[in-house]
Design a protein around this ligand. Structure first.
Ligand code: CMC
Length: 428
């Protein structure tokens, strides 16, 4: 709590509201008593000025382009850590010792298989179903398969559900892909790392073994780290809101996946690559820049802009370098990468983008890498969901353990008709 109070005068009556301090970042005015004191709500569509919870997981300074997980800068984690270590950090608050990390990896590895009957569930989907549609359905259905980890009041069950979700997500995602291309599902292999195992389950076929390339495994692991958590974004808030009613973790994560699917959120990586392909050549860029600036055209530069970052997204910096490494390693000369780099330069020097503080976000380059690795665009958001699962799960656990937690229940400014009498249909 800060020494300061915020004073608000409404209708001649003045009341003080406590100002709360975080460890870093903006202070927060505690308005919980506002309605009781004044009979008024605050109005904040899109939560642009509202802190919905306390959290110790992730900190973003959007003006400075800073992203910290449990205090550690994203650049350091992406360059020096591994996705499994970041998962442990997000879930437990501290980096693991060697033994803790080994134990954690063993636990996750032992949970990678899914109930065999789940394969029947997949077969109910059309072959051309979007893999995100499959993800929403299959992850939601996990609560029908793992009844022994749905009691949210039991910390042991919460832990098992968290491990199951992180461990099974690559298997479920790879199965969604395999189903869409008509290939047999591939079982996980415990001698491979989390990320290598995922690549193998996605790209190997019974007729030919797939040996994961260390450069690709490393790039994929970085992409997972860069997407692991991002504070109270739309899908995380969805998970928290769903969880606030006491819903089981599998249902909550399915809700998060549904929210992530939208093109303004996780779907932007798919939309960004589609846009770069549509632009096609560097000479077409000015035409698209003009469209993005035209108020009468709904077109936006996908992979550009962010609600919180008003400076370069620090994840985009790592992503751009990784894209270069992967394309070089694979010997891919994809013109889409040239279009991306040139578009970035033009936009960064254009007064419209400068004035509105629009910079490339994490999704601008991720599609270029994923496409070079061999993923179809429909799988991009699935990969985001896979990586973000740890963030969702960690935030959900934090919320359940928070004594201030209540069921989420926003209020509204009602602008509909006032009370009126029903008129029978023959008299209307
Ligand atoms: N291209 C052109 N103009 C833009 C763009 C863009 N990508 N993004 C924002 N603007 C303009 C917008 O038209 C508005 O102009 P004005 O003030 O004249 O009306 C101004 O910038 C502010 O935009 P906003 O929509 O009020 O900002 P927001 O904070 O609500 O939206 C955003 C943030 C990410 C939804 C938006 O920037 C956007 O739609 N970007 C493209 C989609 C995208 O890349 N999303 C991925 C986000 S990062 C991954 C994730 O966290 O999921």
């Amino acid at each position: 709590m800060s020494d300061n109070n915020a004073t608000l005068t409404v209708g001649g009556a003045t009341k003080d509201y406590a100002v709360m301090d975080g460890s870093v970042g903006p202070q927060v005015i505690d308005v919980r008593k506002l309605y009781a004191n004044t009979g008024m709500f605050t109005y904040d569509p899109g939560f642009t000025s509202t802190a919905s919870c306390e959290s110790g997981l992730t900190y973003i300074d959007g003006d400075e382009g800073v992203l910290l997980h449990r205090g550690y800068p994203i650049g350091q984690l992406a360059e020096e850590s591994s996705f499994m270590e970041v998962c442990y950090l997000l879930l437990n608050g501290e980096l693991p010792s060697k033994t803790e990390l080994d134990d954690f990896i063993t636990t996750i590895t032992r949970h990678t298989m899914v109930h065999e009957q789940l394969t029947t569930f997949y077969r109910g989907f059309r072959r051309d179903a979007h893999p995100m549609a499959i993800m929403c359905g299959v992850v939601g259905a996990l609560s029908a398969f793992y009844h022994d980890s749905t009691d949210i009041n039991d910390p042991v069950q919460r832990k098992i559900a968290s491990h199951r979700l992180i461990a099974k997500m690559p298997t479920i995602a790879a199965m969604a892909y395999k189903y869409s291309v008509g290939q047999p599902f591939v079982y996980p292999r415990n001698d491979l790392s989390y990320t290598a195992n995922f690549l193998r389950m996605t790209f190997s076929v019974p007729a030919e073994e797939y040996i994961p390339d260390p450069v690709i495994v490393d790039a994929m692991d970085k992409i997972f780290i860069l997407h692991a958590d991002h504070e109270q974004n739309a899908s995380t808030s969805t998970v928290r809101l769903a969880g606030s009613s006491g819903a089981n973790p599998f249902a909550c994560i399915a809700a998060g996946i549904a929210c992530l699917w939208g093109p303004a959120h996780g779907g932007a990586n798919e939309a960004a690559l589609n846009m770069l392909r549509e632009i096609g050549t560097v000479d077409k860029i000015p035409e698209y820049i003009a469209r993005a600036k035209n108020k009468d055209d709904p077109f936006r530069l996908m992979g550009f802009g962010h609600r919180v970052y008003k400076n370069y997204d620090p994840r985009a910096t790592v992503m751009q370098k990784t894209a270069k490494d992967v394309l070089e390693k694979l010997g891919v000369n994809d013109p889409v990468f040239d279009v991306a780099k040139e578009l970035e330069q033009i936009a960064l020097n254009d007064p419209y983008f400068i004035e509105k503080k629009l910079y490339p976000n994490v999704d601008f380059y991720s599609g270029v890498i994923l496409s070079a690795i061999g993923f179809p665009t429909e799988m991009f958001t699935v990969l985001f969901a896979l990586a973000r699962t740890v963030g969702w799960v960690a935030q959900w656990n934090e919320m359940i353990s928070d004594p201030a937690q209540k069921i989420g229940r926003p209020r509204q400014l009602y602008t509909g008709p006032t009370q009126r009498d029903y008129v029978p249909v023959e008299k209307r």
